[in-house]
Ligand binder design. Structure first.
Ligand SMILES: Cc1cc2nc3c(=O)[nH]c(=O)nc-3n(C[C@H](O)[C@H](O)[C@H](O)COP(=O)(O)O)c2cc1C
Length: 208
């Protein structure tokens, strides 16, 4: 067993945080830059919070290399909105490219060879190649500091959902048809092609 206190170097906490919480889902967040160009980047510190109201959360950290706030939270706090798009086996290479640190204002859709689709309730574009889109309005921000690696919790209310019918089987999303991918430790990406279904049982169904 190795054990450590968490008041040391950021790198040590980060390395074991991203190696322990696995697999992580990935939000591919699109936002609008100040000049109207579009920004898109993946975030695997991402989860669902509430079904009604429908709320999701993700966490951009302060950039470790420069100590700066990332473009995505900058844009969200200026515009009050964003879109959560999703990554599949087909798009993972291109989505990985969107995590490249480009100068502010450079269109990351174009850089990664991805296409935009207008949203219905907000100004921020969706990612055409994503089979699911959540149009979100900013709800809350909690900040945990301004040093490199410090995180922010951003929650968004999903005001419109779009789902490609091709993912549906009897009205539900099928994992096989969706082919989502998650984040692993280090630079790993995790495919969902090996699964096991286990029904949730009521207490009365369990034989002693
Ligand atoms: C799969 C994947 C998941 C990532 N998850 C996060 C995350 O949860 N939080 C974070 O701050 N950065 C994360 N990153 C790094 C950001 O995508 C990267 O810093 C990006 O340049 C941010 O873009 P922006 O400045 O346009 O907001 C992740 C990168 C990849 C490839």
């Amino acid at each position: 067993m190795i054990s450590f206190d968490t008041d040391g170097a950021f790198e040590q906490n980060y390395k074991f945080l991203i190696g322990s919480i696995l697999p992580r889902p990935i939000a591919v967040v699109s936002t609008l830059n100040e000049d109207g160009s579009a920004n898109i980047a993946p975030f695997s510190f991402f989860t669902a919070i509430s079904a009604k109201p429908m709320i999701i959360a993700f966490c951009p950290l302060i950039r470790s290399a420069t100590g700066e706030v990332k473009d995505t939270p900058k844009n969200i706090h200026r515009m009050g909105e964003f879109v959560v798009n999703f990554v599949t086996e087909e798009t993972m290479e291109k989505i990985n490219l969107t995590s490249t640190e480009l100068p502010y204002g450079e269109d990351e859709f174009e850089f990664a060879g991805l296409k935009k689709l207008p949203s219905e309730k907000i100004k921020t574009p969706r990612l055409l190649e994503s089979p699911i889109h959540f149009e979100c309005i900013l709800r809350d921000t909690l900040s945990y500091g301004d040093v490199p690696g410090a995180g922010q919790l951003i929650t968004g209310e999903v005001v419109k959902v779009h789902i490609d019918e091709k993912l549906l089987e009897q009205g539900r999303i099928s994992t096989d048809l969706f082919k989502p991918v998650g984040r692993g430790a280090g630079q790993d990406w995790i495919l969902c092609d090996h699964r096991k279904e286990i029904a949730r049982l009521m207490k009365a169904q369990i034989q002693k």
